[in-house]
Design a protein around this ligand. Structure first.
Ligand code: PEP
Ligand code: MG
Length: 614
């Protein structure tokens, strides 16, 4: 939603523009736009360079061109061997483009004249060539634009692999503005320098939102068309309490923001108090936690990025309930090698300590990262376990890395988006084969329990059988809600239909808990429901005793868990299961929680919809 004010911006030139979106992480900030450009496979942003950096940038571009040519020659040789020389001509055409002097001069000229980063110059030059191709009448020639795009992608990948320039170029007042911030790009940005995030797409459970909340970065998503209007360097104010973003804020608006910033402590990376159980040395209490009537409850951490590691100890997480390993992929586009993964998993195991960590196999596809070809329905496409089984070499490398790392700590492996038991069996075969292979190679391996993520209705419906094939369940409520209610979790247009307390969702969770109990396997709930106190009460009522969430949510959740009891939570949950609609459940939960535990849930903290209850 957009509105143009009558006020002028603080530089007096542009009128102020306001947008309303969905606030997904608290806080407010004023800064300068850093626009992250997204296209089908890469996200590219514009960064202004100092004069002294320009020649280094040109060198970086030349090195990337050399790397891209080397890669292509290797590919061409392999294609000749595998397919015959006739079929390798396409690489010849790409090589010719990479050797084209004009292309090189155009990009270098743009870097020098515009004093911009090489990625941006490549994009501008490519867009220009593609516009020319689009005008061509000859169909064959017009279709060659795909080759141009391919070559440009190769250069961009080579550029990003050359060094971690993303962190170096981020200004310290950056407000990230994107159509949608891909995790693969987020992984490359130095988020500690980011003041706020504003994106056109996204919802409460999109990965942008999850990361922003984890790191305490104010974020507003679902802004529809704001990205198109913003330019890198524009002044911008983000109010993630009110879900508002102001471009070119007027002096009055800035004044208002600064006053409110002074009143509200902006959550920086992580913040906690002694009351939250954080000691002066930054170590949180890891002590045993019980419900008021006795059962033990485990609060674990969900982890994506190294920036979150500190929070795991600080907030006293009982291990890592979900490590989203796909965040190891950066927008280099390449899969991390086995050894690189091994190092990362050893680190995760160390961080988790005796309580252990669940490494989720790459959950690629959906909003996680772009697969090579755009899919019509990525959330239903070649993602997660399907991607792993299809790209078996990728899966084998990950399995090997996890098995080796498990010799150094307590690790489990969880298979994402299981929709059929045969996927578990196939994955288990690969795991057994790789263990044997590693042993024969003289590598040490550790015991690794295998779990299935329950995120798809078909997995719920066969949960009794599935429970006999795995060591534990990991309940991903973000996807479970998405797939049960057929509502895209990243589309703000349908955010009103994303109802975590829909009776169909609660009945599904109930079925899964019963199946797990009958087979005596544990269940950890790791979707965003687990991080939201009102929902967590219902989950406890359904028998959940293991919750995994962004680490900074743990202290508040610890207080709630210690203050509620299984018996009354169970009564509320049973009533919920009898409701006909999501409205009825929400109404009931609001009334019951406010009555039973008013100190945790005063009525005014349970707004409608309670999806965004804090
Ligand atoms: C989920 O779907 O609930 C989940 C934990 O996984 P992700 O959010 O990464 O899809
Ligand atoms: Mg999921």
């Amino acid at each position: 939603m957009r509105g143009t004010g009558t006020h002028r911006s603080s530089d007096g030139v542009k009128p102020e523009e306001r947008w309303r979106g969905v606030a997904v992480s608290e806080g407010s900030a004023v800064g300068r736009v850093l626009r992250i450009h997204s296209d089908a496979r890469q996200q590219v942003y514009l960064a202004a360079l100092e004069e002294s950096e320009v020649e280094h940038e040109v060198d970086r571009f030349r090195a990337a061109m050399r790397l891209a040519r080397r890669q292509l020659r290797g590919l061409k040789r392999r294609a000749e061997l595998a397919l015959g020389a006739d079929h390798a001509y396409i690489f010849e055409a790409h090589l010719l483009m990479l050797q084209d002097r004009k292309l090189r001069d155009d990009v270098e000229g743009y870097v020098r004249r515009g004093r911009v980063n090489a990625e941006w110059a490549v994009k501008v030059v490519a867009d220009h060539i593609l516009a020319v191709y689009a005008e061509v009448k000859d169909v064959y020639l017009r279709e060659r634009s795909a080759d141009v795009e391919d070559v440009m992608q190769r250069i961009l990948v080579a550029l990003s692999g050359k060094d971690g320039h993303g962190a170096r170029l981020l200004p310290d007042d950056a407000v990230i503005v994107a159509e949608e911030l891909m995790p693969s790009v987020a992984a490359e940005l130095d988020l500690s320098r980011v003041r706020a995030i504003a994106s056109d797409a996204g919802g409460w459970t999109s990965h942008t939102a999850i990361i922003a909340r984890g790191l305490g970065i104010p974020a507003v998503v679902g802004l529809r068309d704001m990205y198109r209007r913003a330019r890198t360097g524009d002044e911008i104010a983000v109010d993630a309490f009110a879900g508002e973003v102001v471009l070119h804020p007027s002096p009055q608006t800035l004044e208002h923001y600064r006053a409110s910033l002074a009143r509200v402590a902006v959550p920086t990376n992580v913040s906690a108090s002694v009351e939250d159980g954080v000691t002066a040395d930054g170590e949180g209490r890891r002590e045993t936690l019980y419900l008021a009537d006795g059962d033990e409850v485990f609060l674990r951490a969900n982890v994506e990025l190294p920036a979150e590691y500190e929070g795991v100890r600080r907030y006293g997480a009982r291990g890592i309930g979900l490590y989203r390993s796909e965040f190891l992929l950066t927008h280099r586009g390449a899969m991390p090698a086995e050894n690189e993964q091994f190092t990362a998993y050893v680190k995760i195991a160390e961080l988790a300590g005796v309580d252990g960590a669940s490494v989720r196999m790459f959950d690629l596809g959906g909003d996680k990262t772009e697969t090579e070809d755009a899919e019509r329905n990525p959330a239903l496409g070649l993602r997660a376990i399907r991607f792993c089984l299809r790209r078996e070499n990728v899966m084998r490398a990950q399995v090997r890395a996890v098995l080796r790392a498990a010799a150094h700590g307590n690790l489990q492996l969880v298979l994402p988006m299981i929709s059929d038991i045969s996927e578990v069996r196939r994955a288990r075969r690969v795991i057994d084969e790789e263990r044997e292979q590693l042993t024969s190679e003289g590598h040490e391996t550790g015991e690794v329990k295998i779990g299935a993520m329950i995120e798809v209705p078909s997995a719920v419906l066969v949960a009794d059988k599935l429970a006999r094939e795995v060591d534990f369940f990991s309940l991903g409520t973000n996807d479970l809600v998405q797939f049960t209610l057929a509502v895209d979790r990243g589309n703000d247009e349908v955010a009103d239909w994303f109802r975590s307390l829909h009776p169909a969702v609660l009945r599904s969770i109930d079925m899964v808990m019963k199946a797990a109990r009958a087979a005596a396997i544990p269940v950890v709930v790791c979707g965003e429901m687990a991080a939201t106190p009102a929902y967590a009460c219902v989950l406890v009522g359904l028998g959940v005793r293991d919750l995994s969430m962004t680490a900074s949510a743990i202290p508040r959740m610890r207080r709630v868990i210690a203050g509620i009891d299984a018996e009354r939570a169970g009564e509320v949950a049973r009533e919920c299961l009898e409701c006909a609609t999501a409205d009825d459940v929400e109404e009931l939960v609001r009334a019951r929680l406010a009555m039973l535990w008013p100190h945790f849930f005063p009525p005014e903290t349970l707004p409608v919809p309670i999806e965004v209850e804090r």
